[in-house]
Design a protein around this ligand. Structure first.
Ligand code: SAM
Length: 230
């Protein structure tokens, strides 16, 4: 049984966008047993999950202190925690108590992992070597995208980095482009913005304090954007 007692989880209110759009995916206990598998994540990302996770792992180092603003199904957090090792620290947050409980349970054997309930727009004012924001931005409304990007950048120590992995505008002849347009229209109403706005542009004036680089994967459908604090 997942422990959802108040002593374990200090809940922030669930935002309307999450309740209205993603209840099935993140707030429905019986479905999480199916969704929280690496093979499902791999299928949702058209076989690219491990490659994208590998890009994040390559950007962090043993001993790093990492902030992950939202839970991720499958083995992303486990791989990140194993990469930084027991001398590192991985702080995972999520706005949904169910996701916090799931993440705590699946990573309970890793003492370097600390999981709590928190809205990514308002993280604790701490400093990290790296922030790993994995497929969160496309799931939130545009004004929240801006707030989250700016909040994540505030957490990066001098010389540290934020790594944003998310959807990106695919090449114009990408065979999956029309498929993804239908998926977005049906299930992911906030995702299409990722095709038209650069993540660096969401950072506002704070962008200038960072060196930005972008790599795309799978003929443009995915992006890994790294912002290194100069
Ligand atoms: C990281 S995103 C998507 C990840 C990817 N689809 C996967 O495989 O899990 C999903 C998580 O974001 C969380 N979330 C949404 N809005 C949030 C916010 N403002 N603050 C923290 N977590 C949030 C949801 O509760 C959900 O657990």
């Amino acid at each position: 049984m997942l422990d959802l007692s108040p002593s374990q989880l200090t809940a922030s209110p669930i935002p309307d966008y999450l309740r209205n759009v993603y209840t099935w995916a993140y707030l429905t206990p019986w479905l999480t047993g199916f969704l929280d598998r690496q093979i499902v994540v791999q299928a949702i990302l058209w076989g690219n999950a491990q490659r994208l996770i590998g890009d994040v792992l390559a950007a962090v180092a043993p001993g790093d202190r990492i902030f992950q603003p939202a839970a991720v199904y499958g083995s992303f957090s486990r791989q990140l925690a194993q990469r930084i090792g027991r001398n590192g620290r991985l702080d995972v947050r999520d706005i949904a108590p169910l996701q916090v409980a799931l993440t705590r349970r699946k990573l309970a054997d890793l003492p370097q992992v600390h999981v709590a309930c928190r809205n990514a727009v308002d993280p604790e004012p701490l400093e990290f070597d790296a922030v790993a924001c994995f497929f969160l931005l496309h799931e939130v409304p545009d004004d929240v995208k801006v707030q989250i990007v700016q909040a994540m950048l505030r957490l990066v120590r001098p010389g540290g980095k934020a790594i944003f992995t998310d959807y990106h505008r695919p090449h114009r002849w990408h065979p999956l482009k029309p498929v993804m347009q239908h998926v977005f229209a049906w299930l992911e109403p906030f995702a299409l913005t990722m095709w038209s706005r650069e993540i660096a542009d969401l950072a506002g004036t704070s962008a200038t304090a960072f060196h930005w680089s972008k790599r795309t994967r799978f003929v443009g459908l995915y992006q890994i954007v790294t912002a290194e604090r100069v």
